[in-house]
Design a protein around this ligand. Structure first.
Ligand code: NAP
Length: 291
């Protein structure tokens, strides 16, 4: 336990629920590595107290906040400023103190990009299959369009949700980038080799034997599979990708990088490669229990 004194700065997470968050591990470890007198604590906030929580955080001189489900969009009206990219996505997960309040950023998206690039995955010019159309998949769809992916096939169990995301992304970027499809229509995706991003909650612990698509014909189209799920570390989706001859990654690095990028914004520093790698290792240890 670090020493807390009169100069300790506080960063926090607001959301509901927050009980299972790994963010304190990321930020309190980074504070130790970077020798900052900073402590990170999660707060569970009721929906009708969200504005009061943001205003109260500012009044209490809280240095920065993370925002998690279900407030990533709902918090925007209570911010002084919103970063251009986060504005396009319509969701923020990081609040940085500014004159009169907080400025919102989306490090979920930039974190995923950093994580993918650290594994040698570059979306520019890629054809992508995106499974899911929830909050996380929506951010991935924006990332793909922003990073210059040629085409994104967005597959979801509820077609209307994918329709809505596709319309939003295509209208923001002014090109026909995202095509929505019903999950069961995966055979309509043209022949070729794709990066597949698994953005549904299927396969999450304790449902570890489940994958959102199980047909081996689907996986023949996948050269790289990226599962946003990180509990367990080796998901059924990843196993199916490998069985089809592709490379497979989980969402642990994304989790690490969204936190590291937030920490960098709050403290105006650059976390070293070694420190980032140590954070990833710590998260891996912590989530091993779900293997
Ligand atoms: P969400 O908004 O609730 O969306 C859930 C998605 O999963 C929807 O597309 C939903 O389809 C689909 N789905 C759920 N059950 C299904 C089933 N039985 N069959 C087919 N599709 C199903 O959740 P989210 O916030 O986007 O999170 C999705 C996943 O990403 C979670 O597992 C979460 O752990 C992971 N995640 C990881 C990170 C990270 O840092 N690595 C960050 C955020 C999220 P419908 O629309 O049809 O319901």
């Amino acid at each position: 336990m670090r020493d807390v004194d009169g100069r300790t700065r506080v960063c926090s997470l607001i959301g509901n629920p927050v009980e299972h968050t790994l963010s304190p591990l990321i930020h309190n470890t980074l504070a130790e590595y970077t020798e900052k007198n900073l402590i990170y604590v999660p707060f569970s906030v009721e929906a009708d107290r969200l504005e009061a929580a943001v205003r109260g955080a500012y009044a209490l001189h809280i240095l920065g906040l993370n925002v998690t489900v279900p407030y990533k969009s709902a918090v925007i009206p209570y911010l002084e400023e919103v970063d251009e990219l986060a504005k396009q996505i319509g969701a923020v997960n990081t609040l940085v103190r500014c004159e009169g309040g907080y400025k919102g950023y989306n490090t979920d998206m930039t974190g995923l990009k950093r994580a993918m690039e650290s594994d040698g995955i570059y979306l520019e010019g890629e054809s992508v299959i995106l499974l899911g159309a929830g909050g996380a998949a929506r951010a991935v769809a924006f990332l793909c369009a922003h990073a210059g992916a040629e085409k994104v096939w967005m597959l979801n169990r509820t077609l209307e949700r994918a329709d809505r995301v596709a319309e939003e992304v295509n209208s923001v970027f002014g090109r026909d980038c995202v095509t929505p499809l019903l999950l069961t229509d995966y055979d309509k995706i043209p022949k070729g080799k794709y990066v597949a991003v698994q953005g549904t909650s299927v396969g999450l612990h304790p449902d570890v034997e489940a994958a959102v698509v199980t047909d081996s014909a689907f996986y023949e189209k996948v050269h790289t599979g990226y599962d946003l799920v990180y509990k367990p570390g080796d998901t059924k989706f990843m196993q199916l990708v490998r069985a089809g001859g592709g490379r497979a990654f989980n969402g642990l690095k994304m989790l690490a990088w969204q936190g590291i990028l937030a920490y960098e914004l709050w403290n105006d520093i650059v976390v070293t490669k070694e420190q980032a790698q140590n954070i990833i290792e710590k998260l891996r240890e912590k989530t091993k229990v779900y293997e």
